[in-house]
Design a protein. Structure first.
Length: 376
């Protein structure tokens, strides 16, 4: 009799577990960024933002289509390489993830966007800033950060109007991001009457810039604009010191506007001359930035760079559209994604018809006393 009772109880528990499992559904959100190579610190920060969002979403026990959703991340490494980026995108398409947060670099995001469009999966980037990303107007492509038109122009206007600089040299790393932001800076600077005394090129793997900096030195610029990432920006600052160019301002977009550049600059005096721009408000001015950053630092100490608040919000924006559509099927929730009006950590997120963020803010920063702070 006792055995029968135990067996009956065990069967009842098993049946209950079966019902619970039937009422739960695993939904994967893809994430792509460089998790290896010189830009891995950006990629890990971005991934942390998504993981934090996934954890918070699971705590909410969200029901969609009558089932409790268990959210999971499928993280892929594109190593900041366009070919690996499209391969990662195809892998996520084949895995039938519900949506994607990424990529980091414009050079990987632009070709990956076509892959997502062709397989009908929406992606939101909180990092890639080249304006060409949204030119096709695909309903699968979204950005929740300012693009290079805003960043490059803001820096050039600051150089001309605030600092009254007259001569500038421009360097870019030949990537979609670096070329894009440098070109906007150059055109805006020229429209303000600044003279572009030299234009040089490097690549996103280089570490020796002595030849191009020596060439620029002979032209005696007031400032250098660098379109690229901190892995090159840091060594460039050290080499400016070596050439005695410690009185030259050093401008750049969000690619150099990191905590990591302090370390990469290796104590260079030229770090004090950096003026960089980020899409979005400063953490202190974001609607939920300060409290969110405290949580992030407890969970991922010393890993914050720039974009994790945006990847966090991007994850929530995807899920918010699914909730409103009551469906995890991209075909059904994309129309709701287009009509997003979401109060995030970074901003109130509303999209333009082409997928750009409405009323996107930008903020300029400097590195005084070895600390990153909002420019005056």
């Amino acid at each position: 009799m006792q055995f029968k009772l135990k067996l009956t109880a065990a069967l009842a528990i098993a049946a209950a577990c079966g019902v619970a499992a039937a009422q739960e559904q695993v939904v994967k959100i893809g994430h792509v960024a460089p998790l290896s190579g010189a830009q891995a610190h950006y990629g890990k920060d971005n991934e942390n933002g998504v993981r934090m969002a996934i954890e918070d979403l699971n705590a909410q026990k969200i029901k969609i289509g009558g089932k409790t959703i268990k959210w999971e991340i499928q993280a892929e490494d594109d190593a900041a390489d366009p070919k690996q980026g499209t391969a990662a995108a195809q892998k996520l398409c084949d895995a039938k993830v519900a949506g994607v947060v990424g990529h980091l670099n414009s050079g990987t995001t632009i070709p990956a966007a076509k892959v997502y469009h062709d397989c009908g999966i929406p992606h939101i980037t909180g990092a890639a800033t080249n304006p060409d990303l949204t030119k096709p107007g695909w309903d699968t492509t979204y950005r929740i950060i300012s693009n290079d038109n805003a960043l490059g122009a803001a820096l050039a206007l600051y150089a001309a109007d605030k600092l009254k600089l007259k001569k500038v040299a421009v360097i870019d790393d030949r990537t979609a991001y670096g070329q894009g932001v440098a070109e906007v800076f150059k055109k805006t600077a020229q429209s303000k009457g600044m003279q572009v005394v030299g234009q040089e090129f490097t690549n996103d793997k280089a570490t020796d810039f002595m030849a191009i900096l020596t060439s620029i030195k002979s032209k005696n610029p007031d400032a250098i604009f660098y379109g690229g990432m901190d892995a090159q920006g840091g060594p460039m600052l050290r080499q400016l010191d070596q050439l005695g160019m410690t009185n030259v301002k050093f401008f750049g977009g969000d690619g150099i506007c990191t905590q990591k550049i302090i370390e990469l600059a290796g104590g260079a005096k030229s770090l004090e001359n950096v003026i960089c721009a980020e899409g979005g408000s400063s953490l202190d001015k974001m609607p939920g930035g300060k409290a969110w950053k405290e949580r992030y630092d407890k969970k991922y100490p010393g890993q914050f760079q720039i974009y994790s608040p945006y990847t966090y919000d991007a994850t929530f924006v995807l899920v918010d559209a699914m909730k409103r559509a009551n469906s995890i099927d991209p075909k059904k929730y994309i129309p709701f994604l287009k009509k997003t009006n979401y109060k995030g950590v970074t901003a109130n997120i509303v999209f333009e018809p082409n997928g750009e963020l409405k009323n996107a803010a930008s903020t300029l920063y400097t590195y005084k006393g070895g600390k990153k702070s909002v420019a005056e």
